[in-house]
Design a binder for this molecule. Structure first.
Ligand code: PMP
Length: 405
């Protein structure tokens, strides 16, 4: 499909709305993406025609819902080039996936063990591991960051040893947009026998990771960042880890047999999917993946790259404006501040002009501490944004600056 921005924008009903009397300019895509009509229709269709619980009933509706849910699992498998569909675990999102793995490792880690996190992480990929270390007495080490928002890989190499059991790092930083060299990070971790979890919450709307090629052990993401609904995501768990880790939650669906003396657990993926899942969400996640593939990842990247370059150039023309994490290897996220102005004030004023950006620490306080700032204004672009919207952002920021200085 040729990249026709107007046609694409027509797929997103929300982009037609006005905010405070201005056309909505939605630049908070790193927080959550907007939903195309195909995904909205999928949700309406499910609840209108075949809502039923899955894997349980013999009746037609239950069978239809089960088939659609398992079909979605296969779509995810194919999309990420995962060897087996049973290595795809449906979760409530990235946070849930990380907690599931961290909880499993509490039975594996020992006192002298070490785990490595990066300085660029979202709190979701820090706090569960800190809790794990508190429980197990394992040691948490941190890969430091450079001023340009990249990771210091020479320090990473020094942190690795035979004591390292697990490395967890994001594919793309939500606060700065940096694309991390996860291929190298995985290779080096595996060389010392450590497993790797990659947090793909920010990557999967921009790139299509090939998980077999990456040889990663765990990969987590959220559907809502990929044009899908909230409350659903996926954990890729390499089969050997799926067998090794204990279940996260007990309940229906995750068992083979239950007696009061003893319970045996179901095989993958059900072992990690206790209770009634987000059935509609899973099916709509599949529809979102279909939609993104129809638009095409190459086209998405080209367009977003154009937006990023143009916005970076235009914003840099504003005096006293600093962009954080200005490395060439980044996606369409721009975090910035204007000297002497609180990011929250800029965000509030430009919202009055219809422009939605995020302000604050972006759940990445260690990054803000590194730059010694309370937070940033973050504009994050998606493939449905336009160069005209970049102009609207830049003009609005200029206006806010005038008002606030
Ligand atoms: N990691 C990163 C890099 C993120 O950007 C986010 C969402 N902002 C998360 C983890 C958490 O994702 P969720 O809230 O969907 O669980």
């Amino acid at each position: 499909m040729a990249f026709d921005i107007q046609k694409i924008r027509n797929d997103f009903p929300i982009l037609k709305r006005q905010v405070n009397g201005y056309p909505l300019v939605y630049l908070d895509n790193a927080a959550t993406s907007q939903k195309p009509q195909a995904v909205i229709d999928c949700i309406v269709d499910y609840y209108s025609h075949y809502n039923a619980n899955i894997h349980r009933g013999v009746h037609t509706l239950s069978q239809e819902a089960t088939d659609a849910y398992e079909e979605a699992r296969k779509k995810i498998q194919k999309h990420f080039n995962i060897e087996n569909a049973y290595e795809v675990i449906f979760t409530a999102g990235t946070t849930h996936g990380i907690n599931l793995v961290a909880s499993g490792f509490s039975e594996i880690l020992r006192k002298a063990d070490e785990v490595i996190v990066s300085a660029l992480e979202h709190h979701s990929n820090i706090v569960p591991w800190q809790m794990l270390c508190e429980k197990t007495d394992a040691k948490l080490k941190v890969i430091p960051m450079n001023t340009d928002g990249t990771l210091d890989l020479s320090e990473y190499k020094k942190l690795l040893s035979e004591k390292t059991k697990l490395v967890f790092v994001n594919h793309i930083s939500n606060a700065l947009g940096t694309i991390n060299p996860i291929e190298e990070i995985i290779e080096k971790a595996h060389a010392v026998g450590a497993a790797v979890l990659v947090d793909g919450a920010q990557s999967c709307s921009h790139i299509k990771p090939d998980l077999q090629e990456l040889k990663v052990d765990f990969y987590v993401t959220s559907a809502h960042k990929m044009c899908g609904p909230t409350g659903v995501g996926m954990l890729y768990i390499k089969e050997e880890w799926g067998k090794k880790l204990p279940p996260y939650q007990g309940g229906g669906e995750m068992i083979k047999e239950v007696t009061f003396e003893r319970t045996t657990y179901a095989d993958l993926p059900h072992k990690f999917e206790a209770g009634t899942p987000n059935i509609c969400g899973g099916i709509a996640f599949g529809a979102a993946i279909d939609y993104l593939n129809e638009v095409g990842y190459e086209e998405i990247q080209q367009h977003e790259d154009e937006l990023l370059k143009y916005a970076t150039k235009k914003l840099k023309e504003i005096e006293l404006l600093t962009i954080y994490g200005d490395t060439p290897n980044k996606t369409s996220v721009i975090s910035f501040n204007i000297e002497g102005i609180h990011p929250y004030d800029i965000g509030t004023i430009i919202d009055k002009l219809g422009i939605a950006v995020r302000t604050g620490h972006h759940c990445a306080q260690p990054i803000m501490d590194f730059y010694k700032i309370p937070g940033t204004v973050r504009a994050s672009f998606a493939f449905y944004n336009t160069l005209e919207e970049v102009d609207a952002l830049v003009n609005a920021v200029k206006k806010a600056k005038l008002m606030l200085t």
